[in-house]
Design a protein around this ligand. Sequence first.
Ligand SMILES: [Zn+2]
Length: 191
Amino acid sequence: MPSACSRHRLAALWAAGAAVAGLLISDCLVSLRAEQRWRQGVFPVASFAGYTSHFGHRIGPGGASEPHYGLDIAAPMGSPIRNWWSGVVSEVINDEACGLGLVIQSGPYEHIYCHLSGTVVGGTYRSGPVALAAGQRLRGGQLIGHVGMSGRTTGPHLHWGIRHNGRWLNPGTILRAMASARSLPNSQARP
Ligand SMILES: [Zn+2]
């Protein structure tokens, strides 16, 4: 992730001067640009109450270890959910596990939101002033729904997952990248 790259590390790589180092340097520059980009990300729950389940393996209802491809963010019933990044609704979900949910595509990233309150009728998700269907464009930070208890859940929370080119990422890593991008002085924006 981006944290491996710093001015100091870049200087060390330049000093190494080998052909291999050139490749490392270009990777590093890409990472630095990406790090600035994370400033645009929006934390998806306005009334954050805590994390109830992290990305990785956890003990499921049957007592067995199962993968958990997202982050569970506890919040009071009906809390507004904000779109993490501008994109397009790619899927409206209504199933047993996720309950009512949304998948939003932003370039190579897909972000998924589960256990929402509201209704899904004819492929359209509705909750309060929100009405969303596949193909709809969304701004970053836009209201996309409300926290609920649909699907497999024991309490109101948002299950939030992020895939990059089909591979699940740890949303906690993304949140850390967003936080560190905001704390970067502007002078570090240029490698
Ligand atoms: Zn979850």
